[in-house]
Design a protein around this ligand. Structure first.
Ligand code: NAD
Length: 302
């Protein structure tokens, strides 16, 4: 398979590397020269224009920051839609709004190009280990074709339904995650303030009806979940600014659908505040710092 990969950042760089490890012929493009150098060092073939990159490939993968970047690489004069050949399979793995990918898929179809959405969960660790979950929106034939490529980068490849449904699944999952993390932070902070040992409280929650991924695997109180970002000053996790981005997509999609998302809109404001205070790069479980001081969390007077 000849594969073009656009967007070789934290996620895309690792994913493209896994395609190379699986002996696929991968060509890459990114605006960032450091990302290109790393891709070349891993054995990838570097291109300096999308037009040349996509002209003669079977598959085009993209992993970009936001919808405006995806629109650009597809719609510009030197972009994918103008230069990919008929029959090319395009897989966009960026997290963006469902409407953008549905519109682009329609434009692609007019050129006999198949486009599907395949946003991911699993973060940079999953990208490196090729254990990502892909949430794919496509007709069945396109899903089966995409599966052949995605299997080299992920463990769990889910067919969510028609084009755009991968993004819907991703947005709804992260909406719940943003709310549940805030709920766990609030409960842990209240319990500690009222005088229960946080370890004892977490033990009760995790064997009771309050348990969830945020309480068990990624508890925001330091020292509860082994390997959680809370144990390393909230470094190297799922950045608060990325959670804010995903909550923004949920709020926007809900407004378009005239569907209330009361708690989602509320926690979006909390994560917005965190970013405004300069904490956007910390793991999103650091939301607990809105509820207690660092000395409460570490037990050390600062
Ligand atoms: P990143 O910023 O590290 O990488 C994006 C790359 O795209 C950069 O190298 C940038 O130079 C490149 N780029 C931007 N515009 C371009 C263009 N016009 N042409 C070519 N390259 C261009 O971001 P990331 O962390 O890799 O995230 C990518 C996507 O994955 C986002 O949509 C994000 O929401 C999603 N995601 C990220 C994580 C995570 O943990 N980082 C987890 C799940 C999903």
């Amino acid at each position: 398979m000849k594969i073009a990969f656009i967007g070789l950042g934290n996620m895309g760089g690792a994913m493209a590397h896994n395609l190379l490890k699986a002996q696929q012929a991968v060509k890459g493009f990114d605006l960032n020269s450091k990302a290109l150098q790393q891709f070349a060092a891993a054995g990838g073939e570097v291109y300096d224009s999308i037009a040349a990159l996509v002209a003669d490939v079977d598959v085009v993968m993209s992993m970009l920051p936001a919808a405006q970047h995806v629109r650009r690489v597809y719609q510009e004069d030197d972009g994918i839609l103008a230069h990919a050949k008929a029959g090319t399979l395009c897989i966009d793995c960026s997290t963006i709004d469902p409407k953008t990918i549905q519109d682009l898929a329609q434009q692609a179809q007019a050129k006999c190009i198949n486009l599907c959405d395949a946003p991911v969960s699993g973060g940079t660790i999953g990208a490196q280990a090729a254990t990502l979950t892909f949430m794919v929106g496509a007709d069945l034939a396109t899903f089966n074709a995409a599966h052949n490529v995605l299997q080299f980068m992920g463990k769990n490849i889910v067919h969510c339904g028609a084009i755009g449904t991968g993004q819907i699944a991703k947005i709804c999952n992260n909406l719940i995650l943003g709310i549940s993390m805030t709920a766990v932070a609030e409960g842990m902070a209240l319990g500690a303030k009222l005088g229960i040992d946080p370890q004892a409280l977490a033990g009760v929650i995790n064997s009771s009806s309050g348990h969830c991924w945020s309480s068990e695997v990624c508890n925001p109180w330091p020292g509860i979940s082994s390997n959680a970002p809370a144990a390393r000053d909230y470094q190297d996790g799922f950045a608060t600014q990325l959670m804010l981005k995903d909550l923004g997509l949920a709020v926007e999609a809900a407004a378009q659908a005239q569907q209330p998302i009361v708690l989602g809109a509320l926690v979006q404001q909390l994560y917005q505040q965190r970013c405004m205070q300069g904490h956007g790069r910390l793991d999103f479980s650091s939301i607990i710092q809105q509820y207690c001081s660092n000395s409460d969390l570490t037990g050390i007077d600062q």
